[in-house]
Ligand binder design. Structure first.
Ligand SMILES: [Fe+2]
Length: 339
């Protein structure tokens, strides 16, 4: 089998040609390819699409964008959307599309591949990967006894000027949506107001981690995989960094679910459902275990990358991803002067 790979920054196409099955089959497969709006990290989206095409012969065209860009675009496009599948980094963008009634329910066999805590209760989309919130800190400056016990402690004046985050990104906004779901609007608004006083904004989690590593700031609220990804390469942007997992069902121990869903308007629902089944099964989850994304596997009985601490040890809070509200988060963060 040959995989031909064509594309630009905005669109990547994979076509599988089967030497053994002949040109007719190859042409038929090309006709029923799927378009995926991929807001997951591009490298993970490409790895998934490439392996799926290789295994099934179904062509995947990936479009590149961010969680909220695509969610709003899908709502705008409505029934005319060219997208068959939407993949996100975090849950709030999935909730937005679901709230507009634009998802086709996920096939029951696919839902059964993922435990209930890694998918919304209504079954309109499904978790495909998970990521843990962490406090990435400068281990040359902070010892364990000096770390915040809760993410909420970072609102204390003693943390003024000492921590960082990337408030414009979907990752941090998902953490705020979890805080909102767990502690309510008043507590969230108050924490965000103190955050504005205390924190330094960086654009992107990698940049925030680099700043910690360079001694610019003592710690940053980011996701775990930025550290493990860097360690697996040269480690040059994380050599002075250690990760603190808040645990104890703290809002700062939030585990965010990356979502996958089939659009109700899809003209290729069968192949779109096959892709979700594959992502949450051995194929897609195996790429999380063996690849370089360092995101957690969520499929039943599927192992995560062995460099990672066990997800079951992280004592993360229970949050139904269907309840995560992006509009309210944007309002509260704007009111606090963070956006
Ligand atoms: Fe990310």
């Amino acid at each position: 089998m040959t995989i031909s790979f064509t594309g630009s920054a905005g669109a990547l196409a994979f076509a599988a040609l089967f030497a053994s099955t002949g040109a007719t089959a190859a042409l038929a497969q090309e006709d029923i390819g799927i378009v995926v709006y991929n807001a997951q990290h591009e490298s993970l989206g490409v790895a998934w699409a490439e392996a799926f095409t290789k295994e099934t012969g179904i062509k995947v065209t990936l479009r590149k964008g961010s969680d909220m860009e695509f969610a709003n675009q899908i709502v705008q496009e409505g029934a005319a959307s060219p997208a068959d599948v939407f993949l996100t980094e975090n849950s709030p963008a999935m909730s937005l599309v679901d709230g507009a009634g634009l998802f086709e329910p996920v096939a029951a066999d696919t839902l059964a591949q993922v435990p209930e805590n890694f998918r919304p209760s209504n079954g309109h989309w499904i978790g495909v990967a998970a990521r843990s919130t962490v406090f990435a800190y400068d281990k040359t400056k902070l010892t364990e006894d000096k770390l915040p016990k809760s993410m909420l402690d970072l609102a204390d004046p003693s943390w003024k000027g000492r921590w960082a985050a990337s408030p414009s990104g979907a990752d941090f906004q998902a953490i705020v949506s979890a805080l909102l779901s767990l502690k309510g609007e008043e507590a969230t608004a108050s924490w965000l107001t103190s955050m504005k006083e205390n924190f330094t904004a960086y654009k992107g989690n990698s940049t925030a981690m680099k700043a910690v590593n360079a001694g610019e700031i003592e710690g940053a609220v980011i996701y775990h995989y930025y550290y493990f990804g860097d360690q697996a390469k040269t480690g040059e942007n994380s050599k002075n960094v250690a990760l603190h997992f808040f645990k104890n069902e703290d809002p700062g121990a939030f585990v965010s679910i990356s979502g996958g869903g089939v659009l109700a308007s899809s003209q290729h629902k069968e192949n779109a459902q096959k892709f979700l089944a594959w992502l949450t099964g051995k194929g897609g989850q195996g790429i999380l275990r063996d690849g370089t994304s360092f995101e957690y596997a969520v499929g039943n009985g599927e192992a995560s990358n062995k460099a990672l601490p066990a997800l079951s040890d992280l004592q993360y809070p229970k949050v139904d991803p269907a309840t995560l509200n992006s509009a309210k988060v944007t309002d509260l963060m704007t009111a606090a002067g963070l956006l």
